[in-house]
Design a protein around this ligand. Structure first.
Ligand code: ADP
Ligand code: MG
Length: 354
């Protein structure tokens, strides 16, 4: 087992806020507190309007600043409930539960689950398994909420042997048009050991879908915040970009850079939220698929910004696992291939070199 360094857990804990958001809304929240300069009342809809929900195992906040009104907020909240029911590991009727408790090698799944799994497969492939959706046998052993102790070494070794890379895929019944969302979709396991974990991609994926729902309802300015996965639609009603601050557990303020974004997502993979301390060592929830242990490379967080929140979410975990230089190379090659402009921001331990 690797020797792991403690990183001033006490200070970090004292900075933790109730909502434990990785990326905190800074200026974006300001209009909500003071009354938004550009807020307007359309009919009986008063802006900004907001909905708080606990779904996807986290605090979620949907805020509409302009367009769509209450109906759009209701539709988005309903959609969020539907995605939670599809992806919740503990819900016996969810697709992920049915995949992980299957008796055969094929499980019929919803087209949305198929899209989530295809994105997971893609980022797994380009990150050479740093982002590993088949890591579930190992993540299942780590309990950062209740038990909070390092798993037994034998159990961990056995679980690691069950993390089989690339031994599953999704397929459509409609062979002529595999991208058709109308036909039936299946998860297919080529190895009976495969169990799926979507914890590092689902929130981002859902944020993208909620954006689509809101856009279809004429929302022109909004923030979707799913436990720190932030996606904004448009700009603030006064025409200025949304501002979000990246949390920095090393500073007194608790924040580092303030990013200005519009029509963009920002997602952080950080190790100062889900963790526990045992024998003076901090164990956190981003795991190295090779060792089954928390990644220890001096990074405290990786934030990725870009158009797709699902891509940001999966990439920030992949980049975290790869470390700073390989992670940057991964992002550059993704941008080259996709002709995109995803950006990455690192926060590392003060006592750790690049
Ligand atoms: P959060 O859930 O706080 O947003 P992340 O997006 O970084 O955090 O995802 C961490 C979650 O992803 C873990 O709780 C676990 O379920 C899963 N996970 C951990 N390590 C990996 C990995 N190497 N590849 C894919 N998923 C992972
Ligand atoms: Mg995440």
């Amino acid at each position: 087992m690797k020797e792991m360094k403690s990183f001033r857990a006490g200070r970090i804990r004292s900075l933790a806020c109730r909502f434990m958001l990785t990326v905190m809304l800074a200026m974006a929240a300001f209009p909500m507190l003071t009354g938004c300069a550009g807020a307007a009342a359309v009919g009986r809809d008063k802006y900004p309007m907001s909905r708080d929900l606990y779904l996807l195992d986290t605090f979620c906040q949907l805020t509409v600043y302009e367009g769509g009104g209450k109906a759009a907020l209701d539709t988005a909240a309903d959609a969020l409930g539907r995605y939670d029911a599809l992806f919740d590991y503990n819900n016996e009727s969810s697709d992920i539960y049915r995949i992980n408790h299957r008796t055969g090698d094929r499980v019929e799944i919803d087209a949305d689950t198929a899209a989530l799994l295809q994105l997971s497969e893609e980022i797994c492939g380009i990150s050479e398994g740093a982002f590993e959706p088949a890591i579930r046998p190992v993540t299942w052993l780590w309990d950062f909420k209740e038990e909070k102790k390092v798993p037994d070494a034998d159990a961990l070794e056995k679980a690691l042997s069950q993390v089989v890379h690339g031994a599953w895929h999704v397929e459509s019944e409609d062979a002529d048009d595999p991208s058709s969302e109308d036909g039936k979709w299946y998860f297919v396991a080529e190895d009976p050991r495969v169990l799926i974990d979507v914890g590092a991609v689902a929130k981002g994926f859902v944020a993208d879908r909620l954006r689509d729902v809101m856009l279809a309802q004429d929302v022109s300015s909004a923030i979707i915040n799913l436990g720190g996965n932030v996606l904004c639609i448009g700009r603030k009603p006064d025409g200025s970009p949304f501002k979000i601050a990246i949390r920095d557990p090393r500073t007194e303020s608790g924040y580092e850079e303030v990013l200005e974004i519009e029509d963009c997502s920002a997602v952080t993979a950080g190790i100062y939220e889900r963790y526990f301390e045992q024998d003076g060592i901090v164990y956190h929830h981003i795991l190295d698929p090779e060792s089954g242990m928390p990644v220890q490379n001096g990074l405290l967080s990786v934030t990725v910004t870009g158009p797709s929140s699902g891509v940001c979410d999966a990439l920030c975990t992949a980049i975290f696992v790869k470390g700073e230089s390989e992670g940057k190379a991964l992002l550059e090659s993704y941008n080259d291939t996709e002709e995109s402009d995803y950006r990455v921001y690192f926060i590392r331990r003060d006592d750790h070199d690049k």
